[in-house]
Ligand binder design. Structure first.
Ligand code: NOJ
Length: 559
């Protein structure tokens, strides 16, 4: 097996809690995943990435790990996990595990020991500091918009948590921490996994001197990210690469949402021996999450961001291609139209992304064109971040409830976490029990059973995109060029490889638009239409192409 199998692969992300419940407790589980491997094989994906299934008090649903080598009872047993890895491999599907190494749960044995006494051998696994006359050691703010320091009453010192109060940052300057992480990764390598998705990849190095935001603010536009995202992480990642990733041929993808393409190169340039690729979400920020309508400036910004990433990583490093994950609202509700043009816009978005250079990731339900649900009251939310935000804005900020809910409906991570819609049966066929989070009511007509039966569904469109990638090396190898950079709604690009040209034309919007081939000096006469999301006219246009609302077309031609 070539070590860079992931360059030509498509990876499917599973959020196990919401995928498929096999035992009726309302929570998705490992046996549920095993029961749907045939569905994933039909779709054609090469690997699944599982969001964390380790033991966890679920403050952040698994991203607060209390034992890295134990499976949470919510999801099953270690035997189920071994069975999943074995069965998935039998279906030709590799398993990628989520590694959370920046922090542990406050219920992790190391932290329970560490907080017992200043003399504990685990004390130095975390960051402890005495307070100052103002309280916390520094003015650092957590991702939950609170102080990043929490006072531990028993020992009188503060501990650092850049996420929730119950996710405590590990101290990577302590060689024992690195050794523990290496051992834990080796444990999973031995279980037969093929790679790792690494949570908060570059946040592990904390500045020793603990500079204040104020000190930093003079020098950097965003002191928060400057502090957590530190170049000092690179040597640690290289050390892991040598000890684990390269040694065992693991595929690696790191989460690094705020990275620039230049920073991405530092992580992914193969000569630097760190990770294979990273997830940055710059393209998702082209339009503000709260904003409902996508306008021309958003489309132009999106194109330019995509172009910058494609170009910077064209010859060195490697891109991830993704629209969705468990932290982001559904893409069809964001850049598409999740009502009148749900299927058209879901397909258009998929084609636009999948024909670029990089490894595509599909997040569960994206292949069905799943949409954001409507959350009517705060009781329907499960995401700790949204619940904290509500508390802060309602009780401390005295904002109106309806206004906060309106905002949260657009931004909440729960948008991605409603259960997978398998059929039009009760609870969308997700569970026989009471689902841990509400379903999106549209499961009556947006569901896997119907999609698999309908050759024109979003599901089969994704399947075809995967097949195109597998059949035509140009998708993996070709150079990328953006056309129509300033056009308000057309997203057009070419890929070129050997003597072939791939042309992707997408209309981001409800109006019509004309793409002028002659003006671009392009001829597709000798080509073929590989895929389109409207009934296709097989005669190849010579002069121009009129695109209907959210239309997309992929042409392959000789050059
Ligand atoms: C990124 C994960 O994707 C997110 O779900 C989690 O809350 C944070 N990292 C903290 O682990």
């Amino acid at each position: 097996m070539a070590n860079d199998w992931w360059k030509n692969a498509v990876i499917y992300q599973i959020y196990p809690r919401s995928f498929r419940d096999s035992n009726g407790d309302g929570i998705g589980d490992l046996q549920g995943i095993i029961s749907r491997l045939d569905y994933l094989q039909t779709l054609g994906v090469d690997a699944i990435w599982l969001s964390p299934v380790y033991e966890s008090p679920n403050v952040d649903y698994g991203y607060d790990v209390s034992d890295h080598r134990a499976i949470s009872k919510d999801y099953g047993t270690m035997t189920d996990m071994e069975e999943l890895i074995f069965e998935a491999n039998r279906y030709g599907i590799k398993v990628i595990l989520d590694i959370v190494y920046n922090h542990t749960s406050d219920q992790h044995r190391w932290f329970l020991e560490a907080r017992r006494s200043k003399k504990s051998r685990y004390r130095d696994y975390y960051h402890w500091r005495p307070g100052t006359s103002d309280g916390p050691p520094t003015d650092w703010v957590s991702a939950y918009n609170t102080s990043a320091w929490e006072l531990d009453e028993q020992t009188g010192e503060y501990y650092l948590h850049m996420n929730s109060r119950r996710q405590i940052d590990l101290n990577w300057e302590n060689p024992d921490v690195i050794r523990e992480v290496e051992d834990m990764m080796t444990y999973w390598v031995r279980k037969g996994v093929s790679g790792f998705r690494i949570d908060q990849l570059g946040h592990i190095n904390k500045k020793k001197s603990l500079p204040s935001y104020e000190e930093f603010a003079n020098k950097h536009a965003d002191p928060h990210f400057k502090i957590i995202k530190d170049e000092g992480a690179h040597p640690y990642i290289r050390q892991l690469n040598e000890a684990i990733f390269s040694k065992y041929g693991m595929m690696t993808v790191g989460e690094s949402t705020s990275s620039t393409p230049e920073e991405a190169l530092l992580y992914t340039d193969p000569d630097r021996k760190e990770v294979n690729m990273i997830f940055s979400s710059e393209h998702l920020q082209a339009k503000e999450k709260e904003k409902k309508q996508t306008d021309a400036s958003d489309v132009i910004k999106l194109k330019k961001v995509m172009e910058k990433w494609q170009k910077t990583l064209e010859n060195k490093g490697w891109n991830t291609l993704f629209w969705c994950n468990h932290d982001e609202p559904r893409i069809v509700s964001r850049y598409g139209n999740d009502r009148e043009y749900r299927a058209e816009s879901a397909k258009m978005l998929a084609a636009t992304l999948h024909m670029m250079k990089g490894t595509p990731y599909i997040y569960q339900g994206e292949e069905l064109g799943m949409t954001n649900p409507v959350f009517d009251s705060i009781d329907e939310f499960r995401d700790s971040k949204s619940l904290t935000e509500f508390q802060q804005r309602y009780f401390e900020g005295n904002e109106e409830k309806s206004k906060i809910l309106e905002g949260l409906n657009e931004t909440t991570r729960d948008n991605a976490r409603t259960p997978m819609q398998w059929s039009d049966a009760e609870n969308g066929g997700f569970t026989d029990g009471t689902p841990w989070i509400k379903l999106n009511g549209n499961y009556s007509h947006v569901n896997a059973e119907q999609a698999v039966m309908d050759p024109d569904s979003v599901f089969w469109f994704y399947q075809k995109l995967i097949q195109i990638r597998k059949t035509h090396p140009i998708v993996t190898e070709g150079t990328f060029d953006l056309l129509e950079r300033e056009h308000p709604s057309l997203f057009v690009y070419t890929r070129r490889f050997e003597n072939k040209l791939l042309l992707v034309i997408s209309q981001f919007g409800e109006g019509e638009a004309i793409f002028d081939l002659r003006q671009q000096n392009l001829s597709i006469k000798s080509g073929e239409l590989l895929l389109a999301n409207y009934p296709a006219d097989q005669t190849l246009p010579e002069e121009s192409i009129r695109l209907r609302p959210y239309e997309t077309r992929i042409y392959l031609c000789g050059q």
